[in-house]
Structure formats: C-alpha cells, structure tokens
Design a protein around this ligand. Structure first.
Ligand code: NZQ
Ligand code: ZN
Length: 389
C-alpha cells in the first residue's frame, strides 16, 4: 500500500428537504451569489427553496452556467462578484455548475489575470493562496465535484478543456437530496452512473499494491452501481433508496477515498475530455466509448486487476485467463449498453480522421504520458481510439 495524504473538509448534508439548514451553514451577514445552469434548477423549484433557506441575506443570481462550463461565461460571474462585494457562493446544479463555481471562487480572489491561473498545464494546482467560500446543492449525481477540489473548465477561445485543483477549492458544505434527482432525464441518469463507474475504475483498474481496504471499497461501489443502475435508468417511478445509494456512490467515487494507497490511471478521462472538446459529446459518453478499447489495448498491464475485477465484482471464475478477461470487458460494455450508453466511437460517426484530430489535441495539451505507468503515449492513444471505432 502506497503512502498517502487524505484531507477532505466538506460537510455533507444528506437527505430530503433540508435546504432550510442553509440558514445555519451560511454566515448571517453573507452577500451570496447563487449560480445555476440553464433552467432546471429554477423550473423545478430548487432556486425558490434555496432562497427561502437563505432568509434575509442579500442574494444575487447568476444563471446560464452551461454544461462543460466555459471560462468566457464564468468571467461574467467573476465580474458580478467583484462589482457587488459578494463574499459567499452557492452552486445549485450538477458537475458543470459546481466546477464553474470553483473557478469563480478562485478567480475572484486572484490578484492577477485569471487566465494566468491556468499556466501550469492539465490537472495543475492553482497558483492561488485563497478562494471565496462556497457551498453546493447537488442536482445530478455523477462527478463528485460536490466533495472534491477539482474542476474542469472549457476555454472557447483556446479550444481547450483544462482541469485544475487547489487546497482552497473544496466546498464548505454540500446538500445531497436524492429526491432532486427525480427530475433528471434518462440520458443524464445514465451519464451519472457511467461517470461514477469510470471514476472508480480509473483508481481501481491499475496494478496491485496490497491496498485491501481501498480495493474492496471500490469493488463495493462497482457492484452497487451495476445492481441499481438499470433500475435507476429504466424504471419510470423513482425509488428513493436506489436514488440515495446512487447519489452516495457517485460522491464516494471521486471524493478522495478511492485513491488512497493506490496508483491512478485517468487516461480514459484525458482522452475523453479531448473528445468532448472537439465534438461536444457528453463527458460520460466519451468515457463509455473509450473504456472497453482501453482495457483491450492495455490488458497485459492490467491483467491481475482485470482478473480480480472479473472474479470479485462480476463473479467470473471459470475459463482461461484470456477468456475471463474478455468476458469481464464484454460484461462491462453490456452494462453500459443496458442503460443506453454506446460503447464505441462509431456510434457518434467518428472515423480515422477524427482519431488523428484527437491525438493532435492530446499532443498539443502535453497529454503524452498518460496512465498509471505513464506509458500511454500518443501512439498508444491512437491504438485505443482506433480500437473504439
Ligand atoms: O442546465 P440545466 O437546465 O440545469 O440542465 C442540466 C444540464 O443540461 C441538467 N440537470 C442537472 N440537474 C438536473 C438537470 N435536469 C433535470 N433535473 C435535474 N435535477 O443536466 C445537464 C448536465 O449537467 P452537468 O452539470 O453538465 O452534468 P455533470 O454533472 O455530468 O457534469 C459534467 C461536467 O463535470 C466535469 C465534466 O468534464 C463536465 O464538464 N467533471 C468534473 C469532475 C470533477 N469536478 O471532479 C470530474 C469529472 O470526471 C468530470 O470531468
Ligand atoms: Zn468523469
């Protein structure tokens, strides 16, 4: 088991109809900016409940944080914060709104030009000593942005999708109300299940370090998502307990507990971000399109963990090593397909010319030594992308 630091200061407020407790969690003299997306948070009444919970505090609104939030849009929120002396942010939405709020929190406190926050490359630590405090009201279980310090921002002008993290960008608190997921369309429910599943995979499907606790925690989350995923997407009537377990599984998939003591991969995510950047395909859908090909191309590096996954998560115990690994990859793809998420890039009508464009972007963003071994070079990424056509 590898050495690690674990730090997570986010207070989770889990359960239905608890937004009145905003009154105890937000300072009474705060000037609050509520950030949200297109229309769902207002249309389904969450913004009204948030405002009731905030009581007599001065509240501003910033609507229109788009899916895959952009630097260009978020800079308008930064200007609003600075012009109005806003000192507390509240994100109401999914990963995009929460990621965007993290950027606003950091940029509002940054003395220089916020574009310089991104000088250090992908996955960088922000060069900032502070950020505005913020909380979240989660409406879409998927990214775990509600309980981590990471964020992914799209730059329209630079044609780039870049991630950052900072010790200052954890949410102070996050409301997790499973009933807020009842209004999600099937497509977003399926996306959330796949994103959470692949977050677990990127931290689990590497090589053995004897981290028994982390491995079994990951396997429990994978089994939970496989067990409840099809019901969540395909049943017309939502089941509270299934939604509650989905929400908590997605949060745990990327709140830091699964990376302790183990190596991490993230090659599927890095390639996926370039596909979203170029073709505007939903984040989770890029992951499902890449993962089976990734596992086939890198099966020798991942052999021991693939066999462990096959046996412990999927119950595959017979056949040769090759047969068990192939069965595990096929069952994983069948799971994604069973919730309506395609498992090849061909489903999006991408071809070999697109593969070259994606590889060129990986090189342009210095994503040339990906994976737990750093051995996913542009040539290997090309093999993976071609295998997913
Ligand atoms: O804009 P509105 O109208 O609110 O509609 C949203 C949005 O169009 C809708 N929605 C959200 N909650 C809803 C709802 N519709 C009905 N009822 C509700 N309760 O869902 C659509 C998608 O929302 P979005 O926030 O974009 O989805 P998601 O949570 O999947 O976030 C994706 C973003 O997170 C980044 C991705 O790259 C992408 O930009 N990621 C962030 C990570 C992190 N911070 O740790 C890690 C992830 O791997 C990921 O990269
Ligand atoms: Zn993800």
């Amino acid at each position: 088991m590898q050495p690690f630091d674990f730090y997570n200061p986010t207070h989770i407020v889990f359960g239905p109809e608890r937004l009145d407790e905003l009154n105890t969690l937000v300072p009474t003299d705060a000037r609050v900016l509520v950030l949200f997306g297109g229309e769902s948070a207002r249309r389904f009444g969450t913004i009204d409940k948030v405002k009731t919970g905030l009581g007599a505090r001065t509240v501003f609104e910033f609507a229109g944080v788009e899916a895959n939030p952009t630097f260009e849009t978020l800079m308008k929120a930064v200007a609003l914060v600075k012009a109005n002396g806003i000192d507390f942010l509240l994100a109401v939405g999914g990963g995009s709104v929460i990621d965007g709020t993290k950027f606003v929190a950091a940029a509002a406190e940054f003395a220089g030009d916020p574009i310089d926050l991104f000088g250090g490359g992908i996955g960088q630590q922000l060069p900032t000593q502070s950020a505005l405090p913020y909380g979240t009201v989660l409406t879409l279980p998927a990214t775990a942005s509600e309980m981590n310090n990471g964020s992914v921002i799209t730059f329209v002008a630079k044609k780039a999708k870049l991630s950052f993290k900072s010790p200052h960008t954890f949410p102070q608190f996050s409301f997790l109300d499973p009933t807020l997921t009842y209004t999600l369309p099937k497509r977003q429910l399926a996306n959330g299940i796949v994103d959470a599943f692949v977050h677990v995979f990127e931290q689990y499907m590497t090589y053995d370090t004897g981290a028994l606790v982390t491995d079994r925690f990951a396997e429990g989350l994978l089994q939970t998502l496989i067990e409840i995923g099809p019901n969540i997407v395909n049943n017309e009537t939502p089941d509270y307990n299934e939604r509650a377990n989905f929400m908590w599984a997605a949060t745990n998939a990327l709140n830091g507990v699964l990376r302790v003591g183990v190596p991490q991969d993230w090659a599927t995510h890095m390639i996926g971000h370039e596909i979203t950047n170029l073709y505007h395909i939903d984040h989770a859908r890029t992951l499902a399109a890449i993962l089976p090909a990734m596992l086939r191309v890198r099966r020798s590096q991942k052999e021991a963990k693939l066999l462990q996954y096959a046996e412990r998560v999927l119950g595959i115990t017979t056949g040769t090593t090759e047969e068990r690994i192939e069965a595990a990859i096929i069952q994983t793809a069948v799971f994604f397909e069973s919730i309506g998420v395609p498992t090849s890039l061909a489903a999006y009508e991408l071809g070999e010319a697109d593969v070259e464009a994606i590889v060129a972007n990986l090189e342009a963003h210095q994503l040339v030594r990906l994976s737990e071994h750093g051995d996913v070079t542009p040539a290997v990424s090309r093999d993976i992308l071609l295998a997913s056509l």
